[in-house]
Design a protein around this ligand. Structure first.
Ligand SMILES: Nc1ncnc2c1ncn2[C@@H]1O[C@H](COP(=O)(O)OP(=O)(O)OP(=O)(O)O)[C@@H](O)[C@H]1O
Ligand SMILES: [Mg+2]
Length: 603
């Protein structure tokens, strides 16, 4: 089977804060924005220079003017200092702006690619990956990566430059005081790092809990009707409550450490300043240090501590981004199982299409287990075939293979003599129109749901199709007619109405092959009649494959295929199969009995 991103990918927690392989690949996405990056890289050196220049100016002001009382040129120095501060403010502002912009730009490309890729993945992939975790990829992970660009990468670069610049400035001011800092600073950094490490572990757990909460929320909100039906709200609450509590406990720990880290660095910087005062005073009494140099030096030390204070924040940003990158790339690398054939081997069926179908030696399983095997079936153009069989026999799967929602492990399926995996997907979709067991609708207008944004399907055609299936009646009773908006997944329509819309879609597409997977849920008698009538009209002039649960639907088909446990067990006309006294005859007898007592359908 193909490698897939599993539900537990939230748990592939990345330890490192920088991974060269991931970074190199990510830089590929940053390339198109290299002008912005160049601009973003231009500001940190300037800003670092302005930051070192400030203590230098202070030193001059103190030693030349304040100590001596000679104010000649003092105001010039003050103006220079003001100019430096203003420059620092402006460059800081632009730096933040450019960083944020860059982050958004890079990530919007990646998000687009991710979304496009999700559309190419097949049913087997979605069966394995909960939608909550996929939502996390496109929303949270993308955001984490964008944060890395806007708050992590460039700022780390800027901090590094600043540290180097200030270190040079300090040595230039006073090598002996620098020695004090050189001894004390590593101790401070060491402690800060320990706290940071502990914090990263906790924050990683936080991300994991957050992801679990999102997954739970999606799952629960999708199943909310069932939940209510079975009065499961209490257990759902309890499960969520536990997660929520864990999340809070985790956040408390992380906040505690963050406060600790912050206060420690503050206290340490004050401590270092105190030592500098004491040592500075000694040096001054020896006459080897001026008060201006001491003042400037202390100002420089304060600047040195700024980047260290939120080092933890930057590490966390980088680390979250690394795990986000890892997950996003894994997803992007999941190969689409169903893709257009390479241009060289693509074949297009001849025009006009005939609608002949052939399954030859087809075998398929979603996982290790075989769901269909030894399927051989030839359907002539214009023939009407019904597929019946017990629930789980593989009827719906047969259709998924025909329209290449899934790929068979063995055998071939051809339409008009061309294997379905050799024709372009768009072409295949036009050849075989499928109305599924559950009509999939999306939030949008009814017209959009019928035309599916196909430019070849005009408005007039949509209206015509709706009239043909009889759906127009109920559509016109809605406030905005064809422009009425459907709720999420069409939840404001009845099952029968949804199915009529599914059939209208096929009318609008007008394919030579009609495939219908009849809904298992029973619809009321009026809808039933409407659906039957629509079906009759749809089948005219087309090859039809109907999966029927109500055997009454299929009296008039040419042949019936009986499927059981993934194999074709009987093929024949209605009369032939009844005479044979096999599975079909049994199913028929069962349903006949049922229909006498109550109007239920078999599954
Ligand atoms: N997405 C999936 N992932 C894994 N297994 C699946 C998936 N869909 C179906 N199956 C399995 O494949 C088998 C055949 O399923 P299929 O949906 O084709 O049955 P069916 O004949 O259409 O049943 P019904 O009459 O209830 O619609 C079943 O055993 C089912 O559990
Ligand atoms: Mg089915």
């Amino acid at each position: 089977m193909m490698p897939a991103v599993q539900a537990d990918t939230e748990e592939t927690r990345y330890g490192a804060f920088l991974d060269a392989r991931l970074m190199m690949r990510f830089l590929g996405y940053a390339r198109p924005h290299r002008r912005w990056i160049a601009l973003a890289m231009l500001l940190p050196p300037l800003s670092a220079l302005s930051q070192v220049a400030q203590p230098m100016v202070i030193q001059l002001a103190v030693d030349r003017h304040l100590v001596t009382g000679n104010l000649d040129g003092f105001y010039g120095l003050l103006a220079a200092l003001a100019a430096l501060v203003i420059f620092q403010f402006i460059s800081g502002y632009f730096q933040s702006m450019i960083n944020a912009m860059l982050g958004q730009r890079v990530i919007s490309d990646l998000r687009q690619e991710l979304f496009a890729h999700l559309l190419t993945l097949d049913a087997a992939f979605y069966a394995k990956n909960p939608s909550g975790s996929l939502t996390n990829r496109v929303a949270n992970d993308a955001e984490a990566i964008s944060q890395m660009v806007s708050a992590g990468l460039i700022n780390l670069f800027a901090d590094l430059l600043l540290l180097i610049a200030i270190a040079i400035g300090m040595v230039a001011l006073s090598p002996r005081l620098s020695l004090v800092v050189l001894v004390l600073m590593p101790l401070v950094i060491l402690v800060a790092f320990q706290v940071t490490r502990r914090m990263r572990t906790i924050q990683r757990q936080g991300t994991l809990l957050q992801a679990r909460m999102t997954a739970r929320l999606t799952e629960e909100s999708e199943g909310r009707d069932v939940m209510r039906l079975f009065h499961q709200q209490q257990t759902a609450m309890a499960r969520f409550d536990q997660l929520n509590r864990d999340h809070r406990a985790n956040a408390d720990k992380s906040n505690f450490l963050e406060a600790l880290q912050f206060s420690f660095v503050e206290a340490a910087s004050t401590g270092v300043v105190a030592v500098l005062f004491w040592y500075g005073a000694t040096l001054m009494s020896e006459g080897t240090l001026t008060i201006g140099i001491l003042t400037a030096f202390i100002d420089a030390v304060r600047r040195l501590f700024f980047p260290i204070r939120d080092l933890a924040g930057k590490f966390t940003t980088m680390q979250s981004a690394m795990s986000a990158l890892e997950r996003v790339f894994t997803l992007i690398d999941t190969p689409p199982a169903i893709a257009d054939p390479p241009a060289a081997s693509a074949l297009t069926p001849r025009e006009p299409p005939q609608g002949a179908i052939r399954f030859a030696g087809v075998q398929f399983g979603y996982g290790a287990e075989t769901v269909l095997s030894g399927i051989d079936l030839t359907i002539a153009p214009g023939e009407r075939i019904a597929v019946v069989g017990p629930t789980g026999a593989g009827k719906s799967t047969l259709i998924k293979l025909l329209n290449r929602t899934c790929e068979p492990q063995q055998g071939v399926i051809t339409i008009d003599g061309v294997p379905v995996n050799r024709m372009p997907l768009a072409r295949l979709r036009r050849l075989a129109g499928v109305a599924r067991q559950e009509t999939v609708l999306f939030s949008g207008t009814i017209a959009e749901n019928i035309g599916l944004f196909d430019p070849a399907i005009s408005r007039a055609r949509i209206e015509w199709a709706a009239r043909e299936t009889g759906a127009l009646d109920f559509i016109q009773s809605l406030p905005d007619g064809l422009e009425s908006r459907l709720g999420e997944r069409g939840n404001n329509l009845s099952a029968g109405q949804r199915q009529l819309l599914g059939m209208t879609r096929i009318f609008a597409l007008d394919p030579p092959i009609l495939v219908l997977d009849e809904a298992t849920s029973s619809v009321d008698a009026v809808s039933e009649r409407l659906i039957q009538a629509a079906l009759e009209r749809l089948m005219t002039g087309r090859t039809a494959v109907i999966i029927a649960h109500r055997l009454s639907t299929i009296r008039h088909v040419d042949r019936i295929v009986v499927l059981a446990k993934g194999r074709i067990v009987e093929i024949g006309t209605h009369a032939e199969l009844l005479e044979r006294h096999g599975l079909f005859a049994t199913l028929h007898a069962l349903q006949f009995q049922e229909e006498k007592t109550e109007p239920v359908t078999t599954h």
